[in-house]
Design a protein around this ligand. Sequence first.
Ligand SMILES: NC(=O)C1=CN([C@@H]2O[C@H](COP(=O)(O)OP(=O)(O)OC[C@H]3O[C@@H](n4cnc5c(N)ncnc54)[C@H](O)[C@@H]3O)[C@@H](O)[C@H]2O)[C@@H](O)CC1
Ligand SMILES: [K+]
Length: 211
Amino acid sequence: MKQTTVSAAQMQAYDKYTTETIGIPSTVLIERAALTVINTVAAGSFLLENVLIVVGTGNNGGDGLAIARLLHLKGIKVEVLLLGDERKLSADNKLELAIARKYHVKIGRTVKDFRDYTLIIDALFGIGLKRDITGKLAEAVKKINASNQPVVAVDIPSGLDATTGKILGSAIRATTTITFGYIKSGLVSGDAHKRVGKLVLKDIGIYAPEV
Ligand SMILES: NC(=O)C1=CN([C@@H]2O[C@H](COP(=O)(O)OP(=O)(O)OC[C@H]3O[C@@H](n4cnc5c(N)ncnc54)[C@H](O)[C@@H]3O)[C@@H](O)[C@H]2O)[C@@H](O)CC1
Ligand SMILES: [K+]
């Protein structure tokens, strides 16, 4: 795996190349991303007693839903907090949500107190974040940070611009960030040092066209 950094646009192009030109279904990549996250989390010192997975409407949320399902099927107590407009789910997110619901994963729209969880997994936004996080979503981000609970960010802490590392409105403060395929430049620049925590790079089968 190359250690050079990539922009969000480059990473999106690699995703597209892998899924469209090579033909690996995006749900295979999501499953690999989810397996990687649960294995990395299990190998760490996190307490998996009561896990909250915060998911958004895009494919980062799709990763989160797959993580929730895999943990749930291992008998770990998990809860999903689904944030954003459910009518705007990406196709893969919709599929992962339907699968999670069939396995009776607990999925809610609100949380009483973020301090009730032993681990929070952040799958709100990945490299698709385009503008400032505002309103209810920004409130949730601030409450998660204020909870001081351990947070594992999926691909990138939500709210961080994947290219510049600038905080867009507000951003999750992660204990550990597990990023897929390549280190996005925003994980090592701008405000990244305030938000990323320990950075872990994992291969999930996305490669640049020249590989
Ligand atoms: N094939 C792929 O593209 C893969 C993607 N993966 C995951 O998917 C992520 C990228 O997924 P997406 O491109 O769907 O992007 P995201 O999941 O980052 O989110 C994009 C969604 O959020 C909305 N949005 C953007 N900024 C917003 C804001 N400020 N407030 C409210 N809504 C906002 C967009 O309109 C879009 O619906 C990666 O970071 C990675 O975690 C991996 O699962 C591997 C495969
Ligand atoms: K995230």
